[in-house]
Write a protein that binds this ligand. Structure first.
Ligand code: ZN
Length: 494
């Protein structure tokens, strides 16, 4: 059984990073400069290999073998034109396999882990128009790996003694940093270093690398400019709460200028391959997949797991593969919903209450809509101050689910009712309309007339979590833009 929601604390806490000393000298393979990073290449490979399993557990791989093979093939092609194959590159790096994975997330994102692991979401793939753009994005992520960027970042973070854990807990988690940052929990050590934002210099370096590698592979790197313009519109729409690919990258306006300039420097590539690309993404899921949970009128429904619960009015829901995060709009309180690992609510509650550093004020058994449950309340000290929390464990259909509401200690009385009523509303989903929801898929069509982009949307369903403007951005056009007859469009499938 492959549920979308997976145990979270579990996977995140397993990683062990090598201890960081004063840093190790290595060569940045993009610039050729000697840089200090926290890890040797072998350590980077070890970190990447461990974290890769967690990324897969957390997001899930997108279930489409043809598309996965296509992205892998193109990634390998771009890799072959990069510094990876340069004879001066150390053999240990040239002999390390690189991986290009497609993640099942509608968040528009791509990122890399140390040691040769790169990821692109189906959400980002839907926003690309051609193979040349994809080549630049994959080249960019290869650049992060070969530039040893996360190793340098980890060293800086470690030396700076950043209060990462506390910041992740108290900072507005939902919508703050995308799924990867959103799921960081107290108790985790190390892995969050991997998700710190790259610096702008690292991003510019990777942009250069991405365009150069794509050009060397025969693609027109200048094509990426219009994708980066789209990213800019996405970030404006998101109101500043961006997934990491957007937030950490250079200003989209800057990129729109620099990408064509960079491409002109090489100007070896002419391939765009729009039709080939669109054929590959035809039929992929658009927006969120309601099978994996969706929110409607302040109720969260999970058709595959057959439950529902209320969401406090106005709170934001981020439904990740491993957890549902429900955030107070100003980031003052969070409710996190996950699987618990134990086989009963009581065992899960007692294990939770027994955690080091937690001062339990109250715990005991209860029932929630006929299901056996257990609650624990208490406080915990973090680097950002004292947190107060209410954890509720519910047995349901052979699983144990966990609601964890937490906030600053002084705000607990303000949010306790929300924590209680959310967990207390957990119940069986019986509404067949909700149970039968299916995802909306991408349909590649040729415009049969010259008309505004918006007019092509009429009569088509709206993907979950998207709107008309989002679909225009996805097509790299304006909503009212006149689309010439015969243009290929990416529309929601009827
Ligand atoms: Zn980047």
């Amino acid at each position: 059984m492959n549920h979308h929601l997976r145990p979270l604390f579990f996977v995140l806490l397993l990683i062990t990073l090598p201890l960081i000393g004063c840093g190790t000298a290595s060569t940045n393979l993009i610039t050729g400069e000697t840089v200090r990073g926290a890890y040797t290449w072998q350590e980077e490979v070890q970190i990447g290999t461990e974290a890769d399993q967690q990324i897969i557990a957390q997001y899930g791989l997108y279930d489409n073998a043809g598309l996965a093979a296509y992205v892998e093939r193109l990634g390998q092609e771009v890799l072959q034109t990069s510094a990876y194959t340069d004879p001066t590159t150390p053999a240990e790096i040239r002999n390390t396999p690189f991986y290009f994975r497609v993640l099942d997330s509608d968040v528009v994102n791509a990122f890399a882990l140390p040691g040769g692991y790169t990821y692109i979401t189906r959400g980002l793939l839907a926003h690309l128009e051609n193979e040349a753009q994809l080549a630049v994005v994959l080249g960019h992520e290869i650049g992060h790996v070969l530039g040893r960027h996360s190793s340098q970042r980890a060293l800086k973070a470690q030396q700076g003694q950043l209060g990462l854990i506390g910041a992740a807990v108290l900072g507005g988690v939902v919508g703050g940093g995308g799924v990867a940052e959103g799921i960081l929990n107290y108790g985790g050590t190390g892995v969050q270093l991997l998700f710190l934002a790259n610096g702008r210099d690292a991003e510019r370096e990777s942009d250069r690398a991405g365009v150069a590698y794509a050009e060397f592979a025969g693609y027109d790197g200048a094509e990426a400019a219009s994708f980066f313009r789209s990213l800019g519109r996405l970030s404006a729409q998101a109101g500043g709460s961006l997934p990491s690919f957007l937030s950490t990258h250079p200003d989209p306006g800057e990129r729109e200028q620099t990408i064509p300039q960079l491409a002109a420097q090489y100007d070896t590539g002419t391939r765009v391959n729009s039709a080939e690309y669109l054929q590959q993404i035809d039929g992929i899921v658009l927006g969120t997949n309601p099978r994996q949970g969706f929110t409607e009128n302040s109720v969260f429904y999970h058709p595959d797991l057959r439950f529902e619960f209320d969401v406090p009015n106005g709170w934001q829901v981020a439904n990740g593969a491993a957890a549902v995060q429900i955030g107070e709009p100003n980031g003052q309180a969070i409710i996190q919903f996950t699987f618990a690992q134990e086989s009963s609510a009581q065992a899960a509650g007692r294990a939770f209450a027994g955690q080091e550093g937690l001062q339990v004020s109250d715990q005991g058994g209860t029932r929630i809509n006929g299901n056996t449950a257990y609650t624990v309340s208490g406080t915990a000290n973090t680097q950002q101050g004292e947190l107060a929390l209410l954890a509720t464990f519910v047995e349901y259909d052979g699983e144990v689910f966990q609601f964890l509401g937490y906030t600053g200690a002084s705000s607990f009385s303000t949010y306790r009712d929300e924590f209680q009523s959310t967990a207390g509303s957990f119940t069986r989903l019986t509404d067949s309309d909700k149970l039968n929801r299916q995802p909306v898929r991408l349909d590649v069509v040729q415009a049969n007339r010259t008309a505004s982009f918006q007019s092509f949307l009429s009569g088509r369903p709206m993907p979950y979590g998207m709107d008309a403007n989002g679909l225009a951005i996805m097509n790299e056009v304006q909503l009212n833009e006149q689309i010439p007859s015969g243009t290929a469009l990416k529309l929601p499938q009827n």
